[in-house]
Design a protein around this ligand. Structure first.
Ligand code: OOG
Ligand code: NI
Length: 472
């Protein structure tokens, strides 16, 4: 394998998916269900002309079939910093900051993902990466966590050597790429032998189940992988038809004609056997609930303004839902009603500045550009974007949201790791700590809004050049 970050990322994503299929066979079943749902959805949209099942591969962009996101949870600055180095070799960079204390979790996070359109088109593999916030733990738990984390090494020596080589030389040989993949997998592999005693595990778990998940093991197991679908409502239905332990409802915004951000559902986490050491060094059998499988449908990226409207509506929904104890279908109905306030057609989303878009020349635009027939005075004085759209020289397309469901104070965070009592969630009133996170990471996280703005601006600049305009 020649060193190409996009190829390396694709191969790693594929290898991880194969490993997770073996570890959690239900994840493999979920992939089959997504395949089935997408095929049905494509068929339906083709208006059922009776020509057999359509292969989604023939219709969907290539990235859809291989698209995955995963999630890992880390304990220390060293681990987060080293993970950053590993992902950077594969062209994945930290984008966005997620404050999980809003959901009552003593953690914060970023998403490692490709940050250009070209790389995203090749393979958009992304990994939601959380790290413990020691400042939010009680002293007793913090000491225990720090001790257990200091004693573990989640990276193989070969992986660390390869990261040094990649950083100093700027590339890896084909053999080194193969090694990077197999050694990288070791960090994410499941371990059924804990590094701590059952008693210590219970103590961590009592403070928060996520602390126990991060601290108890010799590695940082991938806790879920998520394929992408074009019809999540159908997947939800099929999962239930197949008798999978599916969650009650789909997270995120309601179903719309113009999908926004993303919607997710999952099968519930499995209870798995784990062996803990007792004080005499023997192993005792117990269990841990962590790993699951998830599926998502991606919608359009929202501008800050769009996000604000989304947060406002969602916060109001949640206040009403808590007051009236609305759950399940009743919650979904409320969500759908309140989201009628969010414009649901492309031109409104565009004109009101709620979404991000890329611009292209229309056939007419191309013709005029080739013939150079735009009036010279127009080439000299700025033409507004609205003019170009009205004259049908340009058209636009919504940009896909490449990040994770934002957490807002009232938002519901979907974690499958044991629910924490309401009272516990209320006790946690921490401020976000972006600076602290970036210190652990060893670098800054990119602002996702800037990345989408860049994509939008770049597309407009290409149009401007083709039309030979001075300014748009
Ligand atoms: C956070 C997982 C977040 C998603 O899809 O929102 C995530 C965690 O539970 O570690 O993967
Ligand atoms: Ni996820």
């Amino acid at each position: 394998m020649a060193y190409d970050q996009n190829v390396l990322r694709s191969c790693f994503c594929h290898a991880l998916s194969e490993m997770y299929k073996k570890e959690v066979p239900l994840y493999g079943d979920l992939i089959d269900v997504v395949w089935e749902a997408d095929a049905q959805a494509v068929q339906k949209s083709k208006n059922m002309e009776g020509n057999g099942v359509i292969n989604p591969d023939d219709v969907l962009p290539a990235r859809h079939r291989v698209e995955r996101h995963g999630a890992i949870r880390l304990g220390t600055a060293y681990e987060l910093n080293t993970i950053r180095r590993m992902f950077s070799v594969m062209g994945m960079y930290p984008v966005g900051y997620y404050d999980l204390s809003l959901a009552g979790f003593p953690m914060h996070a970023t998403a490692f993902r490709p940050d250009t359109k070209e790389a995203l088109d090749k393979n958009p593999f992304r990994v939601f990466t959380t790290v413990l916030r020691m400042d939010l733990l009680t002293e007793r738990t913090r000491k225990l966590a720090q001790k257990a984390l200091a004693e573990r090494q989640i990276f193989t020596p070969r992986l660390l050597a390869l990261l040094d080589i990649a950083e100093s030389r700027g590339f890896l040989t084909p053999d080194q790429c193969t090694d990077l993949i197999s050694n990288g997998l070791e960090t994410f592999r499941w371990h059924s032998k804990a590094t701590i005693t059952l008693e210590e595990y219970e103590q961590l778990k009592a403070e928060h189940p996520l602390i126990a998940d991060v601290v108890s093991f010799p590695g940082s197991h991938i806790n879920h992988l998520t394929p992408r679908t074009i019809d999540i409502d159908l997947v939800q239905q099929l999962m239930s038809d197949h008798g999978m332990p599916v969650k009650e409802r789909i997270e995120g915004p309601p179903k719309r004609s113009c999908p926004i951000l993303l919607r997710q559902t999952s099968f519930k986490a499995l209870e798995e056997t784990v062996y803990f050491k007792d004080t005499s060094g023997l192993y005792v059998k117990s269990s841990h609930t962590a790993r699951f499988g998830e599926v998502e449908q991606r919608g359009f990226a929202l501008t800050r303004q769009g996000r604000q409207l989304y947060d406002q509506i969602l916060d109001r929904v949640n206040v009403t839902a808590v007051k009236n104890n609305l759950k399940g279908k009743a919650y979904d109905k409320l969500l759908e009603d309140r989201f009628k306030e969010f414009p649901d057609n492309l031109s409104e989303l565009h004109d009101l500045g709620l979404g991000f878009f890329t611009y292209q020349l229309t056939p007419l635009g191309h013709r005029l550009a080739n013939e150079g027939v735009l009036l010279s005075e127009e080439q000299l004085s700025p033409i507004s974007l609205q003019d170009l759209l009205k004259r049908q020289l340009l058209t636009y397309e919504a940009i896909t949201y490449e990040d994770f469901l934002p957490l807002s104070a009232g938002g519901i965070f979907n974690s499958n790791l044991g629910s924490v009592s309401q009272s516990k969630q209320l006790i946690m009133s921490a401020d976000p700590d972006l600076d602290g996170f970036q210190r652990l990471l060893g670098t800054c996280v990119a602002d996702e809004f800037h990345l989408y703005t860049d994509m939008q601006q770049k597309s407009l600049e290409i149009c401007r050049q083709k039309l030979q305009l001075k300014e748009i």
